[in-house]
Write a protein that binds this ligand. Structure first.
Ligand code: FRU
Length: 479
């Protein structure tokens, strides 16, 4: 069997390991994304930044390694995660240098968006700037942003005693740096910390924003939430620059309920908010290793804030350039079984489903294997199962990594599904409100099948299937 697992729209390294997305930015007419990368193995190792560029946020070109661990302050565990910005027509990367476990914040810049030179000021934030309650060995993932005449750098820091804070620094020139204090705190992280922080300002007029971070070992208080070992959360709020405070207006939002999602990063460009994340999870096996790569990213999604909540959408504008076929089917009732085949391993199914008891949606492939979605009216839940995957995925602590149930607050009677499948991974958006990201290893084309096993009333409306091709075609530009 040809194990054609490698996704096309989801970033992977041509060879080696990747974890967190870094430096998500727009510079010199292109989108840039970097990945935490070990070029020598399909496992985590000395961290480099692997560079990808794109014109449409769908297909990415791998253009080489932007940062190597080659300086006295980073030639240990390497160049850890960080962010990017443009200053005076130069592209700046801000990252964590790790040497002898000591973590410091560093910068590199480029005029051509390809070759990056590390600054003589490095490290520009180190133990001298860090209050002694924090652990210098767990002080990482700087997010740089410019606001009201200053550069701000937000960094995750583990408190020596317990818990973790996101702490803020301010500078004009990267020489004089002022420590401003913590803006977000979380306790009870079993010795973990808040990784990969991010802040996304939603407009230029006021300081409304979304704060993101990835708490390690976040404890779950509900069997329907935060079921991964590590999680990614977001809070909508406002940044109060006078008092250096983030004032949340929303509760904690779980960005994705799936098995594989961590370390998100955002980019606001042309008034659109994009979200990317590592489509994997720590403390698991990586079944694609035998193909020479491990780790991948979700296809950047679009974020919109409505009613103090975050809604997620696939990037229609980017995807439409790759459409090979569109099939729109008249509304139909599922008596028994209704199935639709696909002629491409990259496919999207979009539909509304109305249900009074329960129903099953299977994303099955030519080998008869399926990723199953069980909708259950009796407890307003949806259960996802990837137990049928050709490659078995497991948590190293032995806990389950293949079945997940989520609660739909508004009930399951009427749901909108948007499902994007790309070879060995699936992203599902339900009501654009609940996102579910999963690796799922089967080969071939995934059809969709609706099953009515319990004499339910199941009605499907506005069903559209998009089959995609790997390269964009002029002829489809208008679709
Ligand atoms: C999160 C993380 C970051 C760190 C990077 C190292 O996945 O642990 O905190 O910078 O990975 O590769």
């Amino acid at each position: 069997m040809n194990k054609d697992y490698r996704p096309i729209f989801h970033i992977t390294a041509h060879k080696g390991w990747i974890n967190d997305p870094n430096g998500f930015s727009f510079f010199d007419g292109k989108y840039h994304l970097f990945a935490q990368h070990n070029p020598f193995d399909t496992k985590w190792g000395p961290m480099h930044w692997l560079h990808f560029v794109s014109e449409d946020l769908i297909k990415w070109d791998e253009v080489g390694i932007a940062l190597c661990p080659d300086k006295p302050y980073d030639n240990g565990d390497g160049c850890f995660s960080g962010s990017a910005t443009e200053i005076d027509k130069k592209h700046y990367l801000v990252y964590t240098g790790v040497k002898d476990k000591v973590q410091t914040q560093c910068i590199a810049s480029s005029t051509d968006g390809l070759n990056y030179i590390k600054s003589d000021l490095n490290p520009f934030i180190d133990r001298h700037n860090l209050p002694s309650i924090y652990d210098i060995n767990n002080f990482r993932d700087p997010k740089i942003f410019f606001r009201h005449g200053y550069f701000y750098v937000l960094v995750g820091a583990k408190v020596k005693e317990d818990g973790s804070h996101l702490i803020l620094f301010r500078t004009k020139d990267f020489k004089d740096v002022t420590y401003l204090g913590p803006i977000f705190e979380m306790n009870n992280l079993s010795n973990g910390m808040l990784e990969c922080c991010d802040i996304l300002f939603l407009n230029e007029q006021n300081d409304e924003c979304i704060l993101f971070c990835s708490p390690q070992y976040k404890k779950s208080t509900s069997k329907y939430k935060y079921q991964n070992i590590h999680s990614t959360i977001a809070l909508i709020g406002k940044f109060d620059f006078d008092n250096i405070k983030f004032v949340p207006t929303s509760d904690e939002i779980q960005l994705d309920y799936g098995f594989d999602f961590y370390a998100s990063q955002t980019l606001r460009h042309d008034n659109i908010n994009y979200l990317v994340a590592w489509q994997a999870m720590w403390d698991r096996n990586f079944p694609s290793e035998f193909l020479g790569y491990a780790g991948q990213f979700i296809v950047p999604r679009i974020l919109k804030v409505e009613n103090n909540y975050i809604y997620q959408y696939f990037n229609d504008d980017g995807l439409k350039k790759y459409v090979k076929n569109i099939n729109q089917i008249d509304d139909f009732k599922v008596e028994n079984q209704c199935e639709f085949k696909s002629n491409s391993p990259i496919v999207r199914y979009k539909f509304n489903i109305q249900i009074d008891k329960n129903g099953i949606i299977s994303l099955y492939n030519s080998n008869g294997k399926g990723f199953y979605i069980y909708i259950d009216k009796s407890d307003e839940t949806i259960l996802f199962s990837r137990e049928d995957s050709f490659e078995y995925i497991f948590n190293q602590d032995g806990s389950d990594a293949n079945v997940r149930k989520i609660l739909i607050d508004e009930g399951v009677d009427k749901l909108h599904f948007d499902i994007l499948i790309d070879h060995s991974c699936i992203e599902i958006l339900i009501n654009n409100k609940y996102a579910f990201s999963a690796l799922y290893f089967a080969c071939g084309e995934y059809g969709v099948c609706f099953d009515n096993e319990n004499d339910s009333n199941i009605n499907i409306t506005n069903f559209i299937k998009y089959e995609y091709k790997e390269t964009k075609g002029e002829e489809n530009d208008e679709k």
